[in-house]
Design a protein around this ligand. Sequence first.
Ligand code: F6R
Length: 268
Amino acid sequence: MEIIIKDDFAAISAEGAKIVADYIRRKPDAVLGLATGSTPIGLYQELIRMHSHEGLDFQQVTTFNLDEYVGLPATHKLSYHYFMWEQLLSHININRDNVHLPDGMAADIPAYCKGYEEAIQAAGGIDIQVLGIGTDGHIGFNEPSSSLGSRTRLKTLTRETIADNARFFERADQVPRYAITMGVGTIMEAGTCILLASGAGKADPVAKAIEGPVTAMITASALQLHQDAIFILDKPAAGKLQLQEYYEWVYQNKDNRARAAAPIQAGP
Ligand code: F6R
């Protein structure tokens, strides 16, 4: 795991966007896994800026979103479809056919979820998955007690998640109780996972995810088993990490470490 600690939201957004953009520049037909919520908004704004000012090209990029509320049509202002087009997709040159978001209005949800998994496979799998973390430690909507091997499926949201997300709705009872979400197992198959977290409200789940036991009670802790998981945290979100100083030390020595690990050049 790589733990990157930055001063504030702007800095984590820039760091996350840089990782995604570098990947797209190396692999123009990259498959991105995307998240909604407050946390990735700055990252998306930075990608939009790179698209308009630096020519970052999304023409061949494919996207798969983590989740969608059940019962909200794509046109609903609080659906994750709507969010993604507002916050990112309308502002970049992505091909509409390459955009995938779970359909919260699917008639046969199990069959739909199976098809979503197949579409990810058909695209060659997710290269980079962007994640946030819930106050209950969830990734996607994999609430506590979700199987760490789970696949895309219907989940019942916890009361805590419903209360957290009520800020977007007029009343808490308008928040859907169910969502379609990629499973932890689906997320774990992404080549790289980058999890962003901001604010003191995330310090507890972040510390449990990184330094606690791997447990279905904190589904983000499954990332401890991922070979390329990067946590990008602002200082308040990193506030409860026991090894915070060590992570900062590792980051400061990153360039030297890369040189130390490089194969020794044969002499003349
Ligand atoms: C959203 C998602 C969720 C959020 C998490 C944090 O697509 O998968 O796991 O990332 O609930 O939400 P925010 O960023 O609003 O704190």
